[in-house]
Ligand binder design. Structure first.
Ligand code: ADP
Length: 273
């Protein structure tokens, strides 16, 4: 058998065949990945539709039975009337909020709709938000704190209304799931390389069981499964909206929590020093 000369250049043909087969392998791997992602998205979509139809059906069934009860006209007292009308009112409001939140979420996730981005000084944005929050009656019962890193003198490029919505969702949750008189803190820190801001909303409320943490921001779960039973009028979409807005700003979201002790919801935003 002839020994191959190690210094011999590979022939053009064999080189082409090798590079073609490497390209083919890379393309096949990419196709398999894309196919898996498509399957995952399809599964997520059908789970979400199942959750949405469940969430729409439950209040509609309650409204229908209240109406049937009123129609039956069986010696209805004023209290009966008031309680049935009250139930119809609450469930209708819930449906309105749910439909509004779903529409808002679909609009944010639609990347063909541009954000209204503005470059603004980061520190004053969070200070202003905080000073609006402390005069907001929803937080009257809480001890509100602002902890702003004094090195934050640069700017953030954000859609102001949308980031206000993120902070509103996190603040109202902190209040909803915490007893009166506890602390709620807005903390802003710089990343080590000064390319990101870490914004944290910290409460000392009921906390979240460890097994629910990975599901919190997942929109297929938040609608029905991850919502605290009897959660105070929430649609269960608040955190999915937070995630969608932050991801459109090239940021990330997360939560650390200890049941019975409290939670820290955080997100990052690109920062210009
Ligand atoms: P909801 O409208 O139900 O509040 P969210 O998407 O805002 O919907 O939150 C989903 C679930 O995450 C809530 O039902 C609650 O169980 C949990 N959660 C969110 N924020 C907090 C918090 N600060 N403390 C404890 N639990 C929370």
């Amino acid at each position: 058998m002839m020994k191959k000369n190690p210094f011999e250049e590979p022939s053009l043909e064999s080189e082409t065949a090798e590079s073609l087969s490497a390209k083919l392998l890379a393309t096949t791997t990419q196709l398999i990945k894309a196919n898996d992602e498509l399957k995952r998205l399809e599964k997520e979509r059908s789970e979400m539709l199942a959750n949405i139809s469940h969430d729409l059906r439950a209040p509609i069934t309650a409204i229908r039975s209240a109406i049937d009860y009123l129609h039956s006209g069986k010696n209805l007292t004023k209290e009966d009337l008031d309680s049935s009308l009250g139930l119809i009112d609450r469930r209708t409001r819930f449906l309105e909020n749910l439909i509004q939140d779903m529409y808002y979420l679909f609009c944010i996730e639609d990347t063909s709709k541009e954000l209204s981005l503005e470059s603004i000084p980061a520190a004053s944005f969070f200070e202003e938000y905080f000073y609006d929050a402390i005069v907001d009656t929803r937080y009257d019962a809480y001890q509100m704190h602002l902890d702003l890193d004094s090195h934050i003198i640069g700017s953030i490029k954000i859609d102001i209304q949308k980031i206000v919505r993120v902070l509103d969702n996190l603040f109202t949750n902190a209040a909803k799931y915490s007893p009166a008189d506890t602390d709620i803190t807005l903390k802003c820190e710089l990343s080590e390389d000064s390319h990101f801001l870490f914004i944290k909303v910290i409460d000392h409320g009921v906390g979240i069981p460890a097994e629910n943490l990975p599901l919190l921001f997942n929109r297929t779960y938040t609608v029905s499964s991850a919502r605290t039973p009897g959660s105070i009028g929430g649609t269960g979409l608040g955190l999915s909206i937070v995630k969608a807005i932050i991801e459109r700003h090239q940021g990330t979201v997360g939560c650390t929590s200890e049941e019975g002790k409290g939670s820290c919801f955080f997100f990052t935003l690109p920062y210009t020093p």
